[in-house]
Design a protein around this ligand. Structure first.
Ligand SMILES: NC(=O)c1ccc[n+]([C@@H]2O[C@H](COP(=O)([O-])OP(=O)(O)OC[C@H]3O[C@@H](n4cnc5c(N)ncnc54)[C@H](OP(=O)(O)O)[C@@H]3O)[C@@H](O)[C@H]2O)c1
Length: 308
């Protein structure tokens, strides 16, 4: 009797976890031959999985990474899995504005096309500072990608129709932006939430500015994913998280699906500026749809990265 109860409870738990981790997969098999896709942080986790999917579809793929050894290894693996030799890596450190400017200069000299830009790289909840004294989360997740996208916008327009996809997180809803202190760096999780809210406003304002110019923009929550983000924490935290992630988080392959969907599906272009979850456009909390705040953040970001 005891054994039967244990087996039944285990089975129910297993089915419940499977249900909890269910995810839509991108069913669009469109080829991307002749297109160039740039993915930040494509050496790891969701970014690497996305890069592989883009390469399988025939795109020229460039992963922009801060660690050249990891990047070279990832390129070898992506080539082997996709059977596409048109995969390259370039150096980019989003925590350093000089590195972003140098990267864009080299990219624009070397590459004639840019059809899909995937702003994937991200720092989880950490309290640190970038080389330019921005809070690490806000600096890398928002400001770094803000500068990168702006410097590449001309090429995206030349190659229109083109797309910009930015990874955000559903945790955006736990914080609001404080314009008196955009560089907020007090509670690690809150700095992360604010940077991910900034990704949403950035996408909305970019979509508004590019209306009629052939460049569309999407923000994506990939779900909670078993990637390598725990590498920034202590060994104890990592061990605990491995167990939690195994039980509740989805694979990187599943986590990449909404990004892939936004990169290839035709129907998403009707929702430029939209927030996507599980391969569909999702609703946002009202405060995250405030066009005035999005514009204000854009202008503040321009000043911070010295574009204005
Ligand atoms: N995993 C989740 O549950 C989850 C949930 C919601 C949103 N997201 C978002 O999904 C995106 C991908 O994250 P992931 O889960 O795949 O994590 P990951 O495996 O840790 O990948 C993050 C990538 O970003 C790169 N990166 C970090 N700082 C960088 C910098 N200064 N310059 C250039 N690259 C940098 C990392 O490079 P290194 O390998 O050199 O560190 C790595 O390639 C992130 O934007 C994250 O916020 C993830």
């Amino acid at each position: 009797m005891y054994l039967l109860c244990t087996i039944t409870a285990s089975l129910i738990s297993f089915l419940f976890l499977k249900w909890l981790k269910r995810r839509r997969f991108c069913m669009d098999v469109k080829r991307l031959d002749g297109k160039t896709v740039l993915i930040t942080g494509g050496n790891s986790g969701i970014g690497k999985e996305t890069a592989t999917a883009m390469a399988i579809r025939g795109a020229r793929v460039i992963i922009a990474c801060r660690d050249m050894e990891k990047a070279e290894k990832a390129v070898r693996e992506i080539k082997a899995t996709s059977h596409n030799l048109n995969v390259f890596h370039m150096h980019l450190d989003l925590a350093n504005m000089r590195s972003i400017r140098d990267f864009c200069k080299t990219f624009l000299q070397r590459e004639k096309r840019l059809d899909i830009l995937i702003n994937n790289a991200g720092m989880p909840s950490v309290l640190d500072w970038t080389d330019d004294s921005f809070s690490m989360c806000f600096g890398v997740n928002h400001l770094g990608h803000f500068l990168l996208t702006n410097l590449l916008l001309g090429r995206l327009k030349e190659c229109a129709p083109s797309r910009v996809i930015t990874l955000t997180c559903s945790a955006y809803k736990y914080q609001k932006l404080d314009f008196q202190d955009l560089n907020y760096n007090l509670f690690p999780f809150f700095t992360y939430c604010r940077s991910k809210l900034a990704n949403i406003y950035f996408t909305q304002e970019l979509a508004r500015m590019m209306e009629g110019k052939g460049v569309t923009a999407y923000s994506v929550h990939p779900g909670y994913v078993q990637s390598n983000w725990t590498c920034h924490y202590s060994i104890l935290f990592r061990i605990v998280m491995q167990v939690i992630m195994f039980m509740f988080f989805v694979s990187c392959e599943a986590g990449a699906q909404t990004v892939i969907h936004c990169a290839v599906a035709d129907e998403v272009t009707a929702h430029s500026g939209g927030y996507f979850v599980d391969c569909q456009c999702a609703s946002l909390r009202p405060f995250a749809k405030d066009a005035g705040v999005a514009r204000k953040l854009w202008e503040a970001s321009e000043r911070m990265v010295k574009l204005a």
